[in-house]
Design a protein around this ligand. Sequence first.
Ligand SMILES: Cc1ncc(COP(=O)(O)O)c(C=O)c1O
Length: 394
Amino acid sequence: MKLDVKSRIAKRMQAVRGEAAFEMLGRATELERQGRSIIHLEIGEPDFDTPQPVVEAGVEYLKKGATHYSPVPGIWELRASLAGYLNSRHGVNVNPRNVLVTPGAKMMIFSIIQSVVDPGDEVICPDPGYPAYEAGIRMAGATAVPVKLEESKDFRFDLDELARRITPRTKMIAINSPQNPTGGVLTLTDLKKIAELARHHDLLILSDEIYSDIYYAERPASILDVPNILDRVFVVNGFSKSYAMTGWRLGYGIVPEETRPAIELFINNTVSSTATFTQLAAIKAFTPESQKIAANMVQEFQRRRDVFVNGLNSIPGIHCLKPLGAFYLFPNITRTTLRSEQFADRLLNEAGVATLAGTAFGKYGEGYVRLSFANSLSNIESALERIRAFVSHL
Ligand SMILES: Cc1ncc(COP(=O)(O)O)c(C=O)c1O
């Protein structure tokens, strides 16, 4: 009898979707291989190089033999640097013991969810939102409960709607500010209300702040700015976006003391630990020189954002809010009459612009597409021309 291997795939994997950006990148690259010109606006990573002080330190540490296992929770010097940085930025008192390092922020998100979420639990997530929350929640046998982010509310939570979604099974609220894919930013008042709800209903909060350094108005509030909440909050952050270090795979979390052993156990049993030389090199991200390089990157993002948003808003049928953070635009395309997926598919095939359908981020992403402006101004200008021509022929 022929073995039906497909039927052996675990049920929890059948319920999981991956990040559409990687799938779209594959399709776009295949078209390029066939000789087509493609502008890549699908992938979420800075197009800049990692700051030189970090690169040089990485090379040096490799030469010096920093090539062995690191301790499970990460290297103490990096954890102490991170705690020091966050404590001075937010006036808090995070103990380096509660800073855990993983290969990428995504692994931190996954480690937290697998360590605290049980089958049958519910976790409230923003929709549209970063898909790794839902994937991790499903793999834990739990249910992701979407709360719609409305364009009319600048893609912030409707807090009444959030409160209505809380049930006796709710274990955690996942928030992400500045947000992927909308660029929306939660205010300190929003965060305080979310914290109040969490206290009132005895819930945990996962606050993904990976875009905390990429903002275009005043610095976005962090959950760390809310007094007396750290006992129930998991903060996720990393080096991928702030320091253009996506390929280094370096993320971290701040976790409540009581949960730390469980999360360390999860890391111990999955990745064991994070590469040693990358952690040592990352400490150099906090030097004034690296900080200046990172700030210049954000200034350049802002110039591109402004050109891109103004250009899109001059195309009939497209309406785009100006995001306050991250490096994505999330224009409303409903007036083109195309559905999100059709729009993204046809824009790729007919105009050579790779974007993501809003629905890659949840059902409430219908009517939108996500465009990354982590790309050169000249590519953004060409993309605008292509999008204008594409929409005018619909
Ligand atoms: C909201 C959000 N969180 C986490 C991540 C993952 O970051 P990392 O590359 O550190 O795994 C991303 C990457 O796109 C993201 O957009």
